[in-house]
Design a protein around this ligand. Structure first.
Ligand SMILES: [Zn+2]
Ligand SMILES: [Zn+2]
Length: 387
């Protein structure tokens, strides 16, 4: 049996191809019919050839669907259940999983801590930008959703970006009444700003260069928009706030644009400085403040602007960070630590992150949407695929 899936072909190229349908491989697996799988900014790192990803990978780590086949050892799920999956694949019983650090499971990806669907170096798990998906350790990984089709867009964001945005604020230890800056107003940055609003931040600053993204931050997250193409964002924030802010979140990562560098197009790698956001955060946040780093950094970057960055070594202003006594937290989100509570905020109407969903399209439109999202086209904020 075969099905359609989004398959990586090489730099800036994906195609919808026929691939083998997944099967139950272990008694604790389920197979789901995908109802929604999202395109993520971290897919773009692979799409742009900025990782070690090789052709043939089925993309898709933000997955939800309906249980279609159930392994003999599964005890809490049955056919027809509607579930959303953390992008992390986790076992549930290793030391890190026991401690809630499911993004760093040591059993699912031998020789490495952490597994994910459809992602380079994250284990053998196929992605869900396809008609069906195999889910390992299904009892542990599945989060059940209410029956019916309610809140499909919002629930789909529980797979990654809503918890990841929330995680950024938790790594920064944001407290009610504090001020916070979020660098990046892509999907994760918007979710971090939205999470800060829900958690009672007094002031939220959102830094980006795309006006439509900054509009969403202002309209839905009560954030003050800061366009870094219009001047040093650190100075802009200090002018408005009157000093350093309490906390900061990096929702950009290593492909950070340096506005002081010139290039033909805004996202030319020649315009990047992978330490740019970290250094801006160190400058924007007050002494003894805390930084949450959820933007992606990688140990190998084939397209890096220089040799150091190609090995993941960055020119961070560590002296200034030390002098200011700042703390920082890093790493991918342990989605299971947050997704149940965030689901319930959605069910009770206290959170509605669907404002950032701009497109819901069929699988056949994936190649075109990858290209448009990669170009940061105005209005293309979050693309959901419906196989
Ligand atoms: Zn993602
Ligand atoms: Zn584990």
């Amino acid at each position: 049996m075969s099905m359609r899936a989004v398959v990586y072909q090489g730099e800036h190229d994906v195609a919808v191809e026929e691939v083998d349908e997944p099967e139950i491989e272990h008694p604790n697996d389920v197979v789901i019919d995908i109802t929604t799988s999202c395109i993520c900014g971290s897919d773009l790192h692979m799409y742009e050839g900025r990782t070690a990803a090789e052709e043939g990978i089925v993309f898709g780590h933000e997955n939800m669907g309906i249980v279609e086949q159930v392994g003999d050892g599964v005890s809490t799920l049955e056919e027809g259940d509607r579930i959303v999956l953390p992008f992390n694949v986790a076992c549930g019983f290793c030391e890190n999983c026991e401690n809630g650090k499911t993004g760093f499971c040591t059993n699912v990806n031998p020789g490495f801590a952490g597994g994910a669907y459809g992602y380079v170096a994250m284990g053998p798990y196929k992605g869900g930008q396809a008609e069906k998906l195999r889910v390992p350790y299904a009892d542990f990984n599945a989060l059940k959703l209410p029956e019916g089709g309610s809140n499909e867009d919002s629930f789909a964001l529980l797979a990654d970006i809503f918890p990841t945005g929330w995680h950024g604020t938790r790594l920064a230890d944001l407290q009610p009444g504090e001020s916070v800056v979020v660098y990046g107003a892509g999907p994760v940055g918007l979710m971090a700003a939205y999470s800060a609003k829900i958690q009672g931040a007094a002031e939220i600053y959102s830094v980006d260069r795309v006006p439509s993204r900054l509009d969403l931050a202002r309209d839905h997250c009560d954030a003050t928009p800061i366009n870094f193409e219009e001047g040093d964002p650190v100075e802009q924030i200090k002018d408005i706030h009157g000093g350093g802010v309490d906390k900061g979140v990096d929702a950009v990562g290593y492909q950070a644009v340096d506005p002081d560098k010139e290039a033909d197009d805004a996202y030319d790698p020649a315009r990047e400085n992978p330490a740019n956001v970290l250094n801006n955060l160190i400058r924007t946040v007050r002494p003894t403040g805390q930084l949450g780093i959820v933007g992606l950094y990688v140990p190998d970057d084939p397209g890096a602007p220089d040799e150091m960055a190609a090995e993941g070594r960055l020119g961070i202003d560590f002296g200034l960070l030390f002098e200011k006594g700042q703390k920082l937290g890093t790493g991918q989100c342990d989605v299971k630590s947050y997704n149940r509570q965030l689901r319930d905020l959605i069910i009770e109407g206290r959170a509605d992150p669907s404002f950032l969903v701009s497109h819901r399209v069929g699988l056949d439109e994936a190649p075109e949407m990858y290209e448009r999202f990669d170009n940061r086209e105005e209005g293309v904020t979050k693309v959901l695929l419906e196989p």
